[in-house]
Write a protein that binds this ligand. Structure first.
Ligand SMILES: [Fe+2]
Ligand SMILES: [Fe+2]
Length: 288
């Protein structure tokens, strides 16, 4: 699987990432070639400037993206990108007049284009997942009163939905199909895969806590999972998919469509069952 290859490479890269890369950039071109985490660590106000442009790198747990790629993928207009670079230059090179690298666009900003149908399917799946995620902190809070058999069952069913629908069905479409149309070594895919893996770890922790009857452990893992995946989905909906949409050819969209339909057919019965459970879960009296 593409994400397994990526996570071992990513681990190595993160281990070798040193502060060398922030040692004295001389030009804005140097700055754009630095790792984003190193830039923000050395110049914290850069994180605020990026945040104001909707680029939330401060909260990212990976940080192996280059500043240039981070900015490039966020679909800013040429003017916005130039203004952002100028703001960053003022922070890193105060009082100096710096040349700002020209903005090069491969395609029109993807935000102006409608997502291709296979990507729209993924966004709809996100909507289904988000309805369940929104209830997980509440489910965690109800556990404080005691882990009744009814609550145990709800936790087990929620974990089953996450494993089967969010991970096996939806993430498999992403990792095994969509991501294979792009460079496995690209920073954005490394981040997405690392977040999928972090989500799986939260699910394993919640499951272990359920076995041990550890209500606080279940609540902590479910809440952490909901926060992680909600932010992950936001990045995919607002950044990753629009960017991918701008890069895919018509023929690739056709291939995606065919492959997604195969997965839909393969998981049809399970998906129907999982969505029916989700519908009941969000209106369950134990959450209200
Ligand atoms: Fe994802
Ligand atoms: Fe997703």
């Amino acid at each position: 699987m593409i994400c397994q290859d990526i996570s071992s490479k990513l681990q190595k890269e993160l281990e070798t990432m040193t502060t060398e890369s922030t040692a004295g950039p001389k030009t804005m071109t140097d700055v754009l070639g630095l790792y984003i985490k190193d830039v923000i660590r050395a110049y914290p106000p850069v994180g605020d400037v990026l945040g104001r442009s909707g680029i939330g790198c401060v909260a990212c747990s990976v940080g192996s993206c280059l500043l240039r790629d981070v900015v490039g993928i966020h679909n800013l207009s040429g003017e916005q990108e130039q203004a952002l670079y100028a703001d960053i230059a003022r922070i890193i090179f105060p009082g100096q007049t710096m040349d700002i690298p020209k903005t090069v666009r491969k395609a029109a900003p993807a935000g102006n284009r409608k997502l291709a149908p296979p990507l729209q399917d993924l966004v709809q799946e996100h909507a289904n997942i988000k309805r369940v995620l929104a209830q997980l902190p509440t489910l965690g809070a109800t556990l404080r009163a005691g882990l009744t058999p009814e609550l145990r069952l709800s936790v087990a069913q929620a974990l089953d939905f996450i494993r089967q629908y969010a991970d096996r069905f939806h993430h498999a479409k992403e990792e095994d199909i969509l991501f294979t149309f792009f460079d496995a070594g690209s920073d954005i895919l490394k981040v997405m895969c690392a977040e999928h893996e972090a989500g799986r770890q939260h699910v394993r922790s919640a499951s272990a806590a359920l076995e041990q009857g550890d209500a606080a452990g279940i609540a902590a893992s479910l809440t952490a999972y909901a926060a992680l995946l909600t932010e992950h989905i936001r990045k995919e909906d607002e950044i990753l998919y629009p960017w991918m949409n701008s890069q895919l050819t018509d023929s690739q969209v056709g291939q995606l469509f065919t492959k997604f339909r195969e997965v839909d057919r393969q998981f049809e019965a399970g998906v129907k069952r999982q969505l029916a459970w989700a519908e009941e879960f969000v209106f369950s009296p134990i959450l209200h």
